[in-house]
Design a protein around this ligand. Structure first.
Ligand code: F3S
Length: 398
């Protein structure tokens, strides 16, 4: 692999052992991927930082790196952790998780990460079309590639960590123009109206992910009215599929700037209403449950909409838990959510916290990604549209 003089210097340890190790890992991964060279990255986002998921081993690995002087070379943000840093008392967090998570966050802080603890870095990061990134949260990767037109592979957390230290990623996969073309067309034209009317973008995303697998699809026939629906759709597609890019008709910048015909010579798969119904039935587990919204983390505007909806319709009769990022809320928003009858958590989410410790085992959500992962953790989950989930929180039957 071709390396610049600067990259060789880092590899030879002139900028410290920790950075040399990071560069070595990135080069090795690049060789495996067949990359001809590395590409400088503008930004990194690291997932897999919840003590609940990575435990003592993960903590030891991160503390060792920080202790050896590893520092991030680019602006670096973090995915949610195991609890709300300011509200952990409400989450029945056990002592071991509390201290382990705080030590993980402290080690990342020493390495220079911004303690954002959110899975929606695309709402806050300074990124644009054509930027190369090293991101490792699937919904964030999908949004960055598909909606912003930035370039990142769907990295694992440890690789993104090393790329952030090295400031480089292998020039391979979705960093390369030629790998960003669609391999198949997923056509929602016959059901698009109904998806919009019923607000079941999560179900459509789960279906799209199952069809796409690890390939780049082109999605047609869905009308998104804004980024919130795209967030739900892409996060769900990332849960059932391994792809890091979904080209969405009329949305994805790659399609706007394409010099090729996106549908030429590719297979078409039409989605029928029965397929969407099957997907909803797959996630119809819970009879009675706590309503959990905010996977991916609610944006400031989503939060505002939910609070004003509750003010208009009344306080929920069932528990309603909202997850968002610390960047989205100040004290005023927290108070407003509480006054409207919702519980609000930042820094964590329903999947990476110990949900059973503070909210039971049955849930209603509007998130296909949450439904998918909570079911895999043994919870009973029902997937509804956001409107239906909110009505359910008020007392309607599911
Ligand atoms: Fe975010 Fe947790 Fe969902 S990290 S995308 S809220 S599973």
């Amino acid at each position: 692999m071709y390396l610049t003089r600067e990259e060789e210097r880092v590899l030879d340890g002139f900028e410290g052992e920790a950075k040399a190790l990071a560069m070595k890992v990135v080069v090795r991964v690049g060789e495996v991927l067949g990359a001809e060279k590395l590409v400088p990255i503008k930004n990194a986002h690291i997932s897999g930082i919840s003590y609940k998921n990575i435990g003592e081993e993960g903590l030891a690995f991160i503390e060792k790196l920080a202790g050896e002087g590893a520092r991030f070379s680019v602006p670096t943000t973090l995915n949610p952790g195991a609890f709300d840093l300011a509200g952990w008392q409400r989450m029945n967090v056990d002592e071991k998780i509390l201290s382990g998570q705080l030590r993980i966050i402290d080690a990342f802080r020493r390495m220079g990460a911004a303690i954002t603890l959110s899975c929606t870095p695309y709402l806050y990061a300074n990124i644009s079309y054509g930027d190369h990134l090293a991101w490792s949260e699937s919904n964030a990767v999908l949004y960055a590639n598909s909606v912003v037109g930035a370039r990142t592979n769907r990295d694992g957390g440890p690789l993104a960590l090393f790329e952030a230290i090295a400031g480089r990623a292998p020039l391979a996969g979705l960093h390369l123009e030629e790998n960003r073309r669609p391999m198949l067309l997923i056509d929602f034209s016959s059901v698009g109206e109904k998806v919009v009317e019923k607000g079941i973008f999560s179900a459509a995303g789960l279906v799209a992910g199952r069809i796409a697998g690890a390939t780049v699809p082109l999605v047609k026939g869905l009308r998104f009215s804004g980024s919130d629906e795209l967030k739900l759709f892409l996060a769900a597609a990332g849960a059932t599929g391994g792809t890091g890019l979904v080209l969405v008709d009329s949305i994805s910048p790659d399609l706007r700037f394409a010099k090729w015909n996106p549908v030429e010579g590719i297979e078409r798969v039409g989605v029928e209403w029965s397929t969407l119904q099957e997907e909803l039935e797959r996630h119809s587990g819970a009879g009675e449950g706590v309503v959990v919204l905010g996977c991916p983390h609610l944006s400031p505007s989503e939060l505002k909409d939910i609070i004003s909806w509750l003010r208009r319709h009344g306080r929920p009769k069932r528990r309603l838990i909202l997850f968002t990022s610390r960047a989205a809320v100040g004290e005023a928003e927290k108070r407003a959510a509480e006054e409207a009858g919702a519980e609000l958590f930042t820094d964590t989410c329903m999947v990476v916290s110990e949900l059973s410790k503070y909210a039971g085992r049955e849930f209603v959500t509007d998130s296909g990604k949450a439904a998918f992962y909570l079911a895999s953790q043994g919870y009973l989950v029902k997937l509804l549209s956001r409107g239906e989930a909110l009505k359910y929180a008020l007392g309607d039957s599911a």
